[in-house]
Design a protein around this ligand. Structure first.
Ligand code: GDP
Length: 365
């Protein structure tokens, strides 16, 4: 699961990315490491893991993770090959969703590429590049479908949707905002992997003073919020500079620092959890003396496929899953007690796994 961080130069992308990866690098027992400096694997904060690990006296905790990619260098004209534009655009094509950082802080020392701080203009600049890039893809697809559409009904239907999407983008709108209600159309547009179809979270980068009231008095943030509402996106208020400072603190110092700012959790934690939700992801948990671990699945995943996340043998030889809700287990204080109370269920192949299920898989080898 990959999220791409995009935005104009000097809006705070690298600062945000560095604090994300710093926070990630410091989480102990992490099974991945960062090879590419532009890719960071970040653990998803989950308070349940610590509680579960205590119950089982687990030697280690392995949280769920998502990948962030720092896609720097997107500038006006990128789709025409300005800078390394096309390369950056193809990096975005590989991500599942986009975190768009917009500058909502004034700072005379930090130059804005367009001379003034104006988040809506910035969003439009980036969106236009994404639209241009998508239009190229559409033109190629249209040319291809055109060839066969005379004799092939399904190609003719494709051509019709492609042209409708094209007209929509030419209006300056995003593919995401198209009204598609037939499921085959939705499936088709998803298959095109358009940049403007990807879900977006706006990270409104504000100054420290705007953090305590979540940017409520910042007019620029209000504009971004209104825009996001119209475009079915989420907004997160963040101060990249502060996040960087927080990422360097020890756990207990961090708590105090956040309290001083009037916050209960860091902006990064909020952002990571929101990204996870935006992607339709949930976690099920496994626990034992060796480790307590969160496994990432898409909502709607059935038990055998969920088991397959651990090992393909678990999926192939799946017999059943012993499932107990995290809260029930914690209330009972022990697995055996939960079992006695009848709270541990035996589920079969059709069971749809829920967020917070603690699972023990039974399988044939
Ligand atoms: P990028 O080009 O979007 O990756 O931007 P950077 O993260 O490199 O940030 C550009 C400049 O803005 C750097 O000098 C940062 O220190 C500064 N900066 C980033 N975030 C903030 C912020 O929240 N407040 C202020 N005042 N400056 C920031």
């Amino acid at each position: 699961m990959k999220l791409g961080i995009v935005g104009l130069p000097n809006v705070g992308k690298s600062t945000l990315f560095n604090s994300l990866t710093k926070a990630g690098a410091e989480s102990a027992n992490y099974p991945f490491c960062t090879i590419d400096p532009n890719i960071g694997v970040v653990p998803v904060p989950d308070a349940r893991l610590g509680q579960l690990a205590e119950l089982y006296n687990s030697a280690k905790i392995i949280p769920a993770a998502i990948e962030f990619v720092d896609i720097a260098g997107l500038v006006k004209g990128a789709s025409k090959g300005e800078g390394l534009g096309n390369q950056f655009l193809s990096n975005i094509r590989e991500v599942d969703s986009i975190v768009h950082v917009v500058r909502c802080f004034e700072d005379g020392n930090v130059i804005h590429v367009d001379g003034s701080v104006d988040p809506l203009r910035d969003i439009e600049t980036i969106d236009l590049e994404l639209i241009f890039s998508d239009l190229e893809i559409l033109d190629r697809r249209i040319a291809k479908s055109n060839k066969g559409s005379m004799n092939d009904k399904s190609l003719a239907k494709e051509l019709d949707i492609l042209k409708r999407i094209k007209a929509h983008l030419e209006d300056g709108k995003l593919a995401r905002s198209m009204d598609l209600d037939e499921s085959d159309e939705i499936e088709f547009i998803s298959s095109l992997n358009l940049l403007t179809y990807k879900p977006v979270i706006f990270a409104a980068n504000v100054c420290e003073d705007d953090l305590a009231d979540d940017g409520a008095t910042n007019e620029l943030v209000a504009k971004v919020r209104a825009f996001a509402k119209e475009n079915d996106s989420e907004v997160f208020v963040i101060c990249a500079q502060i996040e960087q400072e927080i990422a360097e603190l020890e756990e207990d110092e961090k708590k105090m620092f956040l309290e001083d700012l009037g916050l209960t959790e860091s902006g990064l934690e909020k952002l990571i959890r929101a990204s996870y939700q935006l992607l339709g992801l949930i976690s099920y948990l496994t626990a034992g003396p060796m480790e307590t671990r969160a496994w990432t699945i898409e909502e709607g995943t059935k038990a055998p496929q969920a088991a397959g996340k651990i090992h393909s043998d678990f999926e192939r030889g799946f017999i059943r899953a012993e499932v107990v809700n995290f809260k029930d287990l914690l209330d009972c204080k022990a697995y055996s007690a939960a079992k006695e109370k009848g709270l541990v269920r035996s589920e079969g192949k059709e069971y749809v796994v829920k967020d917070g299920d603690v699972i023990l898989f039974r399988f044939n080898v």
